[in-house]
Design a protein around this ligand. Structure first.
Ligand SMILES: Nc1ncnc2c1ncn2[C@@H]1O[C@H](COP(=O)(O)OP(=O)(O)OP(=O)(O)O)[C@@H](O)[C@H]1O
Length: 226
């Protein structure tokens, strides 16, 4: 589903944010990406949804070589990828309902189907009672659940989340992780970048560790094969 072949990425010359990374994430997998600040976690996720292109190597997502994609092909790739950012990126002047509906509007869904689907996902997230609120009136955990609803409303093949539990308390963290697990059970491949050791340890999932742009550990792959 997601493959990196000897991928390097430099924002500036001679400063590799990612350095010769090779990995495979099969369809339906659930993977944590961790490592110290600046290790390259966000860069790795951005390469998967083509927000960046590699300086070297190949990135293959759902059978398509992202490296060779033209600008017009990228929106098509993103239809199958849900993304949750560290700072949520919700539209401040739109309601919860509108923030989530956007995903389906850009896919050309009809109004009635959008309404049904958005209500359904917000109910799953425990956010139906806040459907007409704007993001600034929500707590951090609630904003995070709306961001997740927006990312998951079209049942994407892949979910990418960058520090999704950043400022949340334990109860909210657990809720967010439960939502990831459910999406994963429904068939979505999940990649989560996080610093949070407790989240990783409690989840018993595959863990990829980056350090200074290099993949230094993958508990799915014997060390000598890295
Ligand atoms: N837009 C940018 N321009 C220049 N350098 C950048 C840019 N974004 C990231 N970098 C550099 O690339 C390296 C990897 O950054 P990245 O954000 O991928 O790390 P990270 O592991 O996600 O860090 P954090 O845990 O702090 O979010 C860092 O050295 C960072 O300074």
């Amino acid at each position: 589903m997601i493959q990196f072949h000897n991928v390097s990425m430099s924002y500036q010359r001679d400063m590799a944010a990612l350095n010769d990374v090779t990995l495979k994430v099969p369809k339906g997998d659930f993977v944590f990406v961790t490592g110290p600040s600046g290790a390259g976690k966000s860069t790795l996720l951005k390469l998967v949804y083509a927000a960046l292109s590699p300086s070297k190597g190949q990135v293959i997502v759902d059978g398509q070589n992202v490296t060779r994609m033209t600008r017009s092909q990228i929106p098509l790739l993103r239809r199958s990828v849900g993304v949750v950012f560290q700072d949520f990126k919700l539209l401040p002047n739109r309601t919860v309902l509108e923030n989530v509906a956007i995903t389906l509007e850009v896919l050309g869904w009809g109004k009635r189907d959008i309404g049904k689907k958005v209500h359904h996902i917000l109910r799953l997230m425990g956010m139906e009672h806040k459907i007409n609120a704007t993001p600034l009136r929500l707590s951090g955990g609630e904003q995070q659940r709306v961001a997740l609803a927006r990312a998951l409303v079209n049942d994407p093949k892949i979910l990418l989340a960058d520090e999704p539990t950043g400022n949340l308390d334990d109860e909210n963290k657990e809720q967010i992780l439960a939502i990831f697990r459910e999406a994963n059970i429904r068939g979505t491949t999940v990649m989560v970048a996080t610093h949070d050791r407790r989240v990783i340890e409690n989840s018993h999932k595959r863990v990829i560790i980056l350090d200074k742009g290099r993949l230094v550990e993958d508990n799915d792959v014997p060390k000598q094969e890295l």
